[in-house]
Design a protein around this ligand. Sequence first.
Ligand code: SF4
Ligand code: SF4
Length: 128
Amino acid sequence: MKISLKYPRNLLTKPVLSNAILKTKININILQAKVADSVGEYTIEIDDKDAAKFVDAIRKEGVMAEELKDSINLEREKCIDCGACVSLCPVGALVMKNFEFGVEEEKCILCGRCINSCPFKALSIKKA
Ligand code: SF4
Ligand code: SF4
C-alpha cells in the first residue's frame, strides 16, 4: 500500500524515517520526497502486512501518516490519445500502447503533475 508521510518543520533535520525502519526492521520503498515551505512530504510504498506496525512507529516519531486512497482518474471520452502527458509522469503510470493512451493506476503516486498538462482536462484525482 501507499502511505503519505508529513513532517513538521522541527523534524526535517532528524532521522525519523531511519529510526522507524531500524526499530521495526520493515523495508519501505520511497516513491516521492519533497520539502515545501516548512513541511516535508514523503510517499512510501510498503507491504500491506507491515503497514500498521510501521505507521505506528513513524507516528511515535511525530510524523503524520495516512494511507493514500485517492486515485488518478481518466475520463476516456475527453482524451484524444495525444500522448502529451506521458513524459511528465515520474513513475511511468501514463502509457501509450498501439496509439491509445492509458493509465496504470497501481503505479500512480498521486504527484499531480499530469493533471494540468492535459488540454482537455481528461485527468483528475478521484477522491476515495
Ligand atoms: S494529454 Fe490529455 S488528451 Fe493527451 S493523452 Fe494525456 S489525457 Fe489524453
Ligand atoms: S498523478 Fe499523474 S504524473 Fe503523477 S504519478 Fe499519477 S499518473 Fe503519474
